[in-house]
Design a protein around this ligand. Structure first.
Ligand SMILES: Nc1ncnc2c1ncn2[C@@H]1O[C@H](COP(=O)(O)OP(=O)(O)OP(=O)(O)O)[C@@H](O)[C@H]1O
Length: 210
């Protein structure tokens, strides 16, 4: 395996956490997972987005900073393997969708100061799942506060992620995960692990699953 710091990204309900667990197990990696359940503003935000978006986004940024900055002090960061189920930039992408212009500019200033201190992954795996499938995943896992997420919100998040990936020269495995079943179908996981054995150029590489 060619990479020491791998990040999985994707829309809400794309299956980031499942794939992160599987890769961490396979590579005996340090696993860093989003601590969204600790965010006291999340369920309030879904009920009243305008009122709670700013504290929600600040809380996420602070928590992610706390988790990821510890990696800087990890002496063996590039000898061992680390898998995370979010990119620090996720804060900025969600904030762009959720905050009004002026608040977003303030948030962006803070983000840029903090971002410089965070180590960046060597490779990003982006799970692309169509909105109707995301909605069915969200219904299945049944977190009460997520049950009325409008399609429009998921489309906006999807578009913000894909634009970000297009505009930034990250090493990205862009996976068509419409029918992904990483837990139940070994061949699906194999596509990812095979790709991680190759040395990729910067930019996007598209992967489909059998
Ligand atoms: N910056 C943010 N702003 C608003 N909501 C956020 C933000 N980050 C995460 N969330 C919300 O927190 C919850 C968990 O998000 P996340 O996408 O990390 O996990 P997930 O949907 O469980 O992932 P997956 O199903 O792909 O494993 C979702 O309801 C998501 O919308």
């Amino acid at each position: 395996m060619n990479y020491h710091f791998i990040t999985i990204e994707g829309n809400i309900g794309a299956g980031k956490t499942t794939l992160s667990h599987l890769l961490a197990k396979k590579y005996n990696a340090r696993l860093i997972l989003e601590a969204f359940a600790d965010n006291p503003f999340l369920s309030k935000f879904y009920e009243n987005p305008k009122q709670y978006a700013f504290p929600l986004e600040l809380f996420f940024m602070a928590e992610r900073y706390k988790q990821l900055k510890e990696l800087i002090h990890t002496k063996d960061l590039f000898q061992s393997v680390t898998v995370t189920d979010y990119l620090f930039t996720k804060c900025l992408l969600f904030a762009k969708v959720n905050l009004p212009e002026e608040e977003f500019r303030l948030y962006q200033k803070l983000f840029e100061i903090i971002h410089q201190q965070i180590p960046q992954p060597e490779i990003l795996i982006y799970l692309h799942v169509p909105v109707n499938k995301l909605q069915s995943n969200i219904r299945k896992r049944n977190r009460p506060y997520e049950q009325s997420i409008p399609d429009e919100y998921l489309f906006k998040i999807q578009e913000t992620y894909t634009n970000y990936i297009k505009q930034h020269n990250l090493k990205t495995l862009f996976v068509d995960a419409s029918n992904a079943d990483f837990l139940g179908n070994e061949k699906h996981l194999q596509v990812i692990t095979d790709a991680l054995e190759k040395d990729h150029d910067y930019g996007q590489r598209y992967l489909t699953l059998p």
